[in-house]
Every structure is written in C-alpha cells, then in structure tokens.
Design a protein. Structure first.
Length: 219
C-alpha cells in the first residue's frame, strides 16, 4: 500500500512540475507525500487505538483478590466472596490460588459466625460448610501453610462436628492430618495433647517448611 502511494506521488510530482514548471521537484514530492500521509496515515493510527493488549491472568486475579481483602476488612462479606471467586476463576490451579481459596473460606466463615448468633441467617445456606470446602481446596494447592489447617478446624467448630472430625483425622495415615488433630485438641482446650501431636509431626518431618512454622507456633 505504501509503495503504491509513493510511486503515485512521484509520478504526480513529475507531471505537475512539467505542467506548471515548478523549480524543485524534490520539494513538491515532499509536499505531496506529506499530504498523502495525512489522508492515508491518519486512519492507520485510528485503527491502532483498537488494539487489545494480552491480559496477564495472574496479575488480574491478584487484583480481584486484593479487592476482596478490602471488602473483607470492611465486613462486606458478599462482595468479598464475589471478588475471591473471580480471582479463582481466572487463576484456579496455582500456589497463589491457594490464598484465594483461603480468603474465600475466611469470608464464608465470617458469615458462619454471624449465623451462629442470628438464627434467621441460617436459612441463607451452610456457610461453615462452604468455608470448609474452601480451606480444603487451599490445602490441596498448598499444604505447607499452617494457617489453612487452623482455619479448617474453625469450620468444624461452627458446624458442630469437632468430635466427628477428630475421630476421622485421628485414624488417618496421612501425616499432615496430624496437624488438624493438633488444632482440634487446641480448639477443645487440650493444650498439652496438641503440643504432643505437633512435636511428633515436627520430629518426623524436620525438613518441611510447615514444620518450621509449626515449631515457631508451639513456642
């Protein structure tokens, strides 16, 4: 397109010079090319305005998560839940997603706490159970974050399933379930039993990042 434009301008400039006896062919070429640029170049720049840049999914998800955290601090729990769900939908399967699931669980858990003191809210759904599912999903994506386990046990309390959950996880062959057992002991006031379980996990898994966090937590 541009090649044809310049060729046409060159021929036009020579024709005009011959007809009107302009002294500077180069000058008139420049004038015609500039005029053509104004008419042909301007639309090209206008079309450029519609170019869409690629979306960075992780940054976009983080933006929605951060907005959700702000809503959570303002106690606008439903708005927070919406933002955390968007973050998860955008970026569902990375280690960062574990934080989004945890934060979603925290929002659900805050509503569960309100339900425990306001019976009329219970008809809105079992938010403690929703929170449990969220924290379990967080643990699946990042099993090294101690906070996720502690939050999970809080959901058992608000669902009234502490004893049932204790029996379930006590007999588990998964070492990480011992962390849950320890937090159940602690939640029910058995501090020494909790410390014993935590110490046993740390001694058996000394090189894990979560063991270092647990050792600090015990102190």
């Amino acid at each position: 397109m541009l090649y044809k434009c310049f060729t046409f301008c060159n021929l036009l400039a020579r024709k005009i010079k011959t007809s009107f006896n302009f002294r500077s062919l180069a000058y008139y070429k420049l004038l015609i090319i500039f005029t053509a640029f104004l008419f042909l170049g301007a639309p090209a720049f206008a079309y450029g305005e519609g170019i869409v840049q690629p979306i960075d999914a992780q940054n976009n998800a983080q933006m929605h998560n951060n907005q959700g955290v702000l809503y959570l601090r303002e106690r606008d729990y439903l708005a927070a839940i919406k933002e955390f769900k968007i973050a998860i939908a955008i970026n569902p399967k990375t280690q960062a997603s574990a934080t989004y699931y945890n934060n979603l669980g925290c929002a659900y858990l805050e509503i569960a706490k309100l339900q425990s003191t306001h019976a009329n809210l219970k008809k809105e759904g079992d938010f403690a159970h929703f929170a449990q599912i969220s924290f379990e999903d967080a643990i699946k994506l990042d099993g090294m974050n101690l906070t996720f386990y502690k939050n999970l046990v809080d959901t058992f309390y608000y669902q009234g399933t502490m004893n049932k959950s204790y029996l379930k996880y006590r007999d588990s062959k998964n070492d990480f379930d011992k962390i849950i057992v320890g937090f159940i002991h602690q939640k029910q006031g058995r501090t020494e039993a909790a410390k014993t379980v935590f110490d046993e996990f740390v001694s058996q898994n000394p090189n894990l990042l979560i063991s270092k966090s647990l050792a600090q937590y015990i102190q």
